[in-house]
Write a protein that binds this ligand. Structure first.
Ligand code: ADP
Ligand code: MG
Length: 316
């Protein structure tokens, strides 16, 4: 094996994520939880996107499925050419080791407390069978990339929270996966530090061409990328696409898109529904180039709400 860090992906397909109708049901003794309810999700190789959504909406479930840590109940999940529903235990272990890198919110979960920064990055390389010299060279290259070459001999306890997460990114990328998954990696950090860590995620995305999927609840962090997908009740409900994000933040144009699934279902953004007081039914009108959505006609409901206007029930 060679110790070079390729800046260009060998196979572009290795960075692609494609999920269709993804379902994950958790069964406990009494109840079934539908954590993912037919989720459609696509990420192009080299893209960096953020995932937002209320607590319990299914963000971690999605990331755990993509990371090979959890098995979906049904649907299609293809990550970098791997079929996540068709892998055996051995393939799954190999997949976790080299196809994807994972960063957790809890800094302590990402790193071995008794190893210094360099040994932490070398650890997954040792598991992959790299020799001592190659391990060292790769680890130092990765720590340089995340801006911590001056901290190689610090243990996690001797690093700040932000530095620990930067080491965690280096650890996740040690085996050169083409995909990096991060579940609220900045959740335990203040906003300034969170943006610093996110800048490192952006650097590895740009320098290594790694595809990045980052769950975050920090709006300032989620706005740093070209595309943000929102999850609601185990489905992608909307997407925000920004033009010029990360280049000139003063002139970013953001557009909100609803996601149309394979069955033609569309989830309207919650604030649109509230503003127009849309209820159970809406009226649709097909125009040559768009579809209009109106609240149900007044007279369509009034017959039952005000029966007297229709000659019912008013005897006086
Ligand atoms: P998020 O990360 O967006 O907060 P999760 O993906 O963790 O959401 O959870 C989605 C739903 O699935 C929640 O209702 C949660 O309670 C449920 N859930 C997650 N993991 C399990 C599990 N191991 N067993 C049972 N239910 C679970
Ligand atoms: Mg979560």
């Amino acid at each position: 094996m060679t110790a070079t860090l390729s800046s260009k992906p060998a196979h572009d397909i290795d960075g692609r994520i494609h999920c269709e109708g993804l379902v994950r049901i958790y069964k406990t003794a009494e109840i079934e939880v539908l954590a993912l309810q037919g989720l459609d999700f696509h990420v192009e190789p080299g893209e960096l996107i953020t995932v937002v959504g209320a607590s319990g909406s299914g963000k971690s479930t999605l990331l755990n499925v993509l990371g090979g840590l959890d098995q979906p109940t049904a649907g299609i999940a293809r990550v970098g050419g791997h079929d996540l529903l068709g892998m055996n235990a051995q393939q799954r272990t190999a997949y976790r080791r080299s196809a994807v890198g994972f960063v957790w919110q809890q800094t302590a979960k990402n790193l071995q407390p008794y190893l210094d920064a360099r040994s932490n990055v070398e650890f997954p390389l040792a598991l992959s069978g790299f020799g001592r010299r190659e391990r060292r060279a790769r680890a130092e290259k990765m720590l340089d990339l995340v801006g911590l070459l001056d901290r190689v001999h610090h243990r996690p306890a001797e690093l700040s929270g932000g530095e620990q997460q930067r080491v965690a990114i280096a650890v996740a990328l040690a085996n050169e996966p083409r995909i990096l998954l991060a579940d609220e990696p900045t959740g335990e950090l203040d906003t300034a530090t969170a943006i610093e860590v996110f800048d490192v995620l952006r650097t590895v995305n740009e320098e290594l061409g790694v595809t990045g999927v980052v769950v975050t609840h920090d709006p300032l962090v989620s706005q740093q990328v070209d595309r943000t997908v929102a999850i609601r009740d185990g489905r992608i409900s909307s997407e925000i696409v920004r033009e010029g994000a990360g280049l000139d933040r003063g002139s970013v144009i953001a557009r909100e898109y609803a996601v149309l699934d394979g069955a033609g279902r569309l989830q309207l953004p919650e604030h649109y529904v509230e503003r127009l007081e849309l209820k159970r039914r809406v009226r649709l009108e097909l125009e040559p180039d768009h579809i209009g959505v109106w609240p149900e006609f007044e007279h369509e409901t009034s017959r039952w709400e005000r029966p007297e206007e229709h000659g019912f029930g008013d005897d006086s």
